[in-house]
Design a protein. Structure first.
Length: 509
């Protein structure tokens, strides 16, 4: 393995615009020391996933570009651990300063999410994705290196780090979702959508009209479209406009050759095809983001692939689903979900919210929400807990909703554990909600017939409001002394930088 060297100056973004496509972003993360090129031959059969899982046990691991895949004549590379547990790679994808703290990234993301930009059409002959165009029986996706991730997966998955376009026949809105896609044959790809997902609703709407559903899928795609495809928005929302807003420039689309849908002009690998309600094939299981295999194999619709567009020497994006920190749904998801919950709490008009964080180790941020508040009145904490537990962005799956005081940083799990251990008294401070919104993928609901209902614990890890005045005083460094030590940090030859402390004692000198 060769490690790319880190330059002396760190990559600076303009704080306005993210990179134009996957390759521009890879240049940025490589300059930042966040990309490792692997030149040694690697087998796509489990070996690539195993190497990714093992490297990504370190939260600071780089993205992995596998440049030499065994038995591959197509010249394709595979990028894994693309975003993973990295705040820096997320920041560089959306054009933010990679040195921002997690809390600052959440605030900046909230700001960015207010902006939308509609996509633009570019001529198809200049679109990089059209360097190679293959149609009909000439297409053979089995010639591409396609990973088989976990030993008990049902097959090879060409679509994990993908984006999938479908259209609502009524409104014309194009949806962008990320749905897993198992490779069945040269021109046949499975398309698994869970109930309620927009790709599934669009599919069924076409079938109800007696028509096949057109789809466009990119298997090598820029990080922001991938991130947005995996978030939930309203069914009438086009994620295309959200992608443009988040990156700061419109997504470039171009005409395809086999369907009426546009295709992403700067993607690496794109297919066009149709899905018929009568063509099903056995699909699954796949090792999931929960760290378990999901539902057993079942018959699922198949994409009949009609056109393949590729760059020369394309880069396929492969998203490993695993327990943290090796899951592709990691840092970016924590930031985006936390921002969305904070937005919801603001919409309720609840005062005093200082910060929100959904730690990615909690089943890809789905399992736990921590909110810090400045307590202002009796019952304030209970109000925040109930709202965070049931607001639209926060209610699915989440099992643990924890409120902490303003001197505890939710993004610092050590401080959260300290608050739970010193400010919560389990007999008084835990409320339960039962039969809540959850998922069939939650392994703890047993027997499986009990799913998809879930339950939630609301934990008050704030100082008890009734006893705020008598609550023991926390040991904190005196503010004036802290400032003196911070000023003399280099002179005292102390290591690194002075830390940002979330609480200081303002006792008189
Ligand atoms: C790597 C990855 C794989 C996913 N696989 C599926 C899948 O197979 N089926 C599904 O319904 N959702 C899957 N999701 C979740 C969806 O992308 C997510 O629910 C998103 O909101 C779907 O878009 P939609 O809300 O427009 O339907 C996956 C997410 C990621 C990141
Ligand atoms: Mn959608």
């Amino acid at each position: 393995m060769t490690k790319t060297s880190k330059p002396s100056s760190t990559y600076a973004t303009d704080n306005q615009r993210g990179p134009r496509d996957l390759r521009e972003w890879m240049g940025a993360i490589e300059s930042d020391g966040g990309l490792l090129r692997i030149a040694a031959p690697v087998d796509v059969q489990e070996e690539l996933a195993a190497a990714t899982y093992m490297v990504a046990q370190d939260e600071n691991s780089p993205a992995l570009l596998f440049e030499n895949l065994e038995n591959d004549a197509s010249g394709t590379s595979i990028l894994s651990n693309m975003l993973g547990a990295s705040n820096r790679r997320y920041a560089l994808a959306v054009g933010l300063d990679p040195d921002l703290s997690t809390r600052e990234l959440i605030l900046a993301t909230r700001d960015r999410s207010k902006r939308t930009l509609a996509p633009v059409d570019v001529p198809s002959d200049t679109a990089p994705v059209n360097e190679i165009v293959i149609t009909g029986d000439e297409i053979d996706l089995t010639q591409l290196p396609v990973p088989h991730f976990w030993p008990r997966d049902g097959g090879k998955y060409i679509g994990t780090g993908d984006i999938t376009f479908t259209q609502d026949p009524e409104s014309g809105r194009i949806n962008v979702g990320c749905y897993r896609q198992m490779l069945h044959g040269p021109r046949r790809v499975g398309m698994y959508c869970s109930p309620g997902k927009h790709g599934l609703l669009d599919r069924e709407a076409w079938w109800a009209r007696g028509k096949d559903c057109e789809v466009v899928v990119a298997y090598g795609i820029d990080p922001v479209p991938f991130m947005v495809a995996a978030q939930s928005y309203g069914s009438d929302v086009s994620e295309l406009d959200i992608i443009g807003g988040l990156v700061g420039s419109p997504m470039e689309l171009t005409d395809g050759v086999a369907t009426s849908l546009p295709i992403p002009a700067r993607a690496e690998i794109v297919i066009e095809g149709t899905v018929s309600k009568d063509d099903l094939a056995m699909e699954g299981p796949l090792g999931e983001f929960t760290g378990y295999y999901g539902r057993p194999e079942s018959p699922q619709p198949v994409i009949d692939v009609k056109a393949l567009h590729m760059r020369k020497q394309p880069i396929m994006t492969a998203a490993l689903m695993a327990d943290y920190p090796a899951c592709e749904i990691g840092a970016y998801y924590a930031v985006m979900r936390s921002a969305a919950i904070w937005d919801d709490l603001d919409r309720f008009g609840i005062p005093g919210v200082q910060s929100v964080y959904c730690h990615p180790a909690a089943a890809s941020s789905w399992g736990m929400t921590v909110v810090s508040i400045k307590q202002q009145y009796a019952g304030h904490t209970a109000q925040v807990l109930s709202a965070a537990a049931q607001c639209p962005a926060g209610s699915y799956f989440t099992k643990w909703i924890i409120a902490v005081d303003e001197d505890v940083d939710p993004t610092d799990i050590n401080q959260v554990l300290w608050a739970l251990s010193t400010r919560a008294n389990p007999a008084d401070d835990i409320d339960l909600q039962r039969r809540t919104w959850s998922t069939g993928l939650d392994p703890s609901q047993f027997p499986p017939e009990d799913r998809p209902y879930g339950s939630k614990a609301l934990i008050d890890a704030c100082k008890p409001h009734k006893h705020l005045a008598e609550f023991p005083v926390r040991t904190m460094v005196r503010k004036s002394v802290h400032d003196r030590v911070a000023d003399r940090w280099e002179e005292m030859k102390l290591p690194g930088q002075p830390p940002l402390l979330s609480a200081l004692d303002d006792i008189e000198d």
